[in-house]
Design a binder for this molecule. Sequence first.
Ligand code: SF4
Length: 706
Amino acid sequence: MQTRATCPYCGVGCGVLIEHDGERITGVRGDPAHPANFGRLCTKGSTLHLTARPQTRLLYPELRRTRGEPRQRVGWDEAIATAANRFAEVINTHGPDAVAFYISGQLLTEDYYVFNKAMKGLIGSNNVDTNSRLCMSSAVAAYKQTLGADAPPCAYEDFDHADCILIAGANPAYAHPVAFRRIEDARKARPHMKLIVVDPRRTDTAASADLHLAILPGTDIWLYNAMLHVLLREGLVDAAFIAAHTEGFDALRTHVDTITPAVAAGACGVAEADIVTAARWWGQSPAALSLWCQGLNQSTHGTHNGAALIALSLATGKIGKPGCGPFSLTGQPNAMGGREVGGLANLLSAHRDLANPAHREEVARLWGVDSVPATPGLTAVELFQAVREGRIKALWIACTNPAQSMPELERVREALQCCDFVVLQEAFRSTETAAFADLMLPAATWGEKEGTVTNSERRVSHVRRALPPPAEARPDWRIVCDFARALGPLIGKPHAAHMFAYDGVEAIFAEHVASTAGRDLDITGLDYALLDSAGPQQWPLTAAMRAAGEVGRGRLYADGHFPTASGRARFVVPVQASTAEQVDARYPLHLTTGRLRDQWHGMSRTGKVARLYSHVDEARIDLNPADLQAYGVHSGELLRVSSRRGELVLRAHASEEVGRGQAFVAMHWGRNVLDSGGINVLVGGDVDPFSRQPELKHSAIAIERA
Ligand code: SF4
């Protein structure tokens, strides 16, 4: 038997066919009918069936009645009643802002929707944030500052029309492999296409480029501003587009006037001529597309990194046309869907803003509650700081592993240790965070749950269930609804029974769809039946479009109108910043982090598959051979790696991919592999002022022989 679903890893959003015999998942194949991948899968997707092993799963609710005692198996009724009572106790004593949800870009849209509604509509706090804060929040802020809405304007088919592709702070050959294969195909079909890659490391993506700009970490804005300087100097901007469809260009033009290629070359550590070449290729190409990911986002100026890159598209009028535009590659499978339902501490349903009183009223009306609180919730880094300081006393974590993935890891672990009550809703029983959970609730996972996801190109797919969850595991949305109905009467909100009376997951999707009417992501023309009959669809797809027989819109802004107050896109004058942490005599090396080809996030799933270790089989630190020689260290020796926050022991690995004075460690390795802690014990929690996204990409480190 075969069941259609999507891959639960990256934001490419590949369609998969789950092969099963009704009791076990036996295989997985790429779905040839899915427009994100047309049947292709990467190593991670093609081994998904090997991760469906009951021995790694959390199968029953477990409760720890006293700290220090092991958790004991309990029934679902007791688990839900305990969670509701403990949360109610905190809310009634300390107020609604003393509790929080920390959820995940790997949840389905319907799961996200009910988590958001439970915190903002029922409990009365905006303390719901997600690991998407660590992933795409800078891209969200950049889109909103420049284009007016969190709407990536492109589609994968734009790869096929581009004459120049600029990939910045991303290694899609590893992190988004199926999308990268499509770029490779497009290059074969269009041999004149230029590929520019901006990355401090010579990754596989960079090695395949026509031009690799190996900038120093944190210097992106200098580069994009200098490229704009060249575009202006050489008459390669689109003055008519700027005049008709944008605002704020004069201020940016003045700003970049002094940022010559020579100035930027000094800041970025690349050749002046290469900056000029990149600008010319971009400006002279009829169609140019930029792609970016965490190298730009995970920065203390991640929003302005994105805005400076988007400015290249706007200044040259290369947006809203085939092969053109700025295109963020979403890190997680459903970070987009989470944003669509407002699943971040500063957002509301259907891309509404918490800061907008009219938007709060609309959402309160939709949910049938008196009001939605105006105070912004705590974002990821702030949230764990509040837990550590005792301001958050009950924390519910779902489908994510903050004890490995957050920056300032030791502080996060201290926070979890001192929190009065920690609930972990999780499919796998042995993540790093599980050690801190007072109550563990077994969740269904890939192949066992139904709902929708939205990928990087705004395409909504229907994810179907192949098998029932094992033992007592339940779908995430159902756990949340059971909790909300139990909590409501305990906090004086008996209407919770009505608010969360869904008869199935499709009813949640229908409520989400209704909430999008008139919004930029209007999907009032979408339902499960259409997704089943016509396949995955891009938004917007309004009821009127469906009635007219149209499909979702693949490319946005073709009419030059942007969803800002003036209808014009905005140029942003960026801060001219560097990394939050500077190298110095004690910490002389730049550490950057990133993904391996065959692992995913904290390895709770991919780490269970032996063959996925064949590419890289242990945690290691990559260093330039010349630096190893200068330190008198050989490849393979153990090194003590320290930052201003912590230290690790890692095996040295000589790599020409890494520049002099730099180092690279893959983000995946956690306490399960490294006795001394996960990689993020080295990484600080400085955040971007707009997106509140932490600078996970960079730390200053020192090394010595262990
Ligand atoms: Fe899954 Fe991404 Fe690989 Fe596609 S490219 S199979 S979505 S990990």
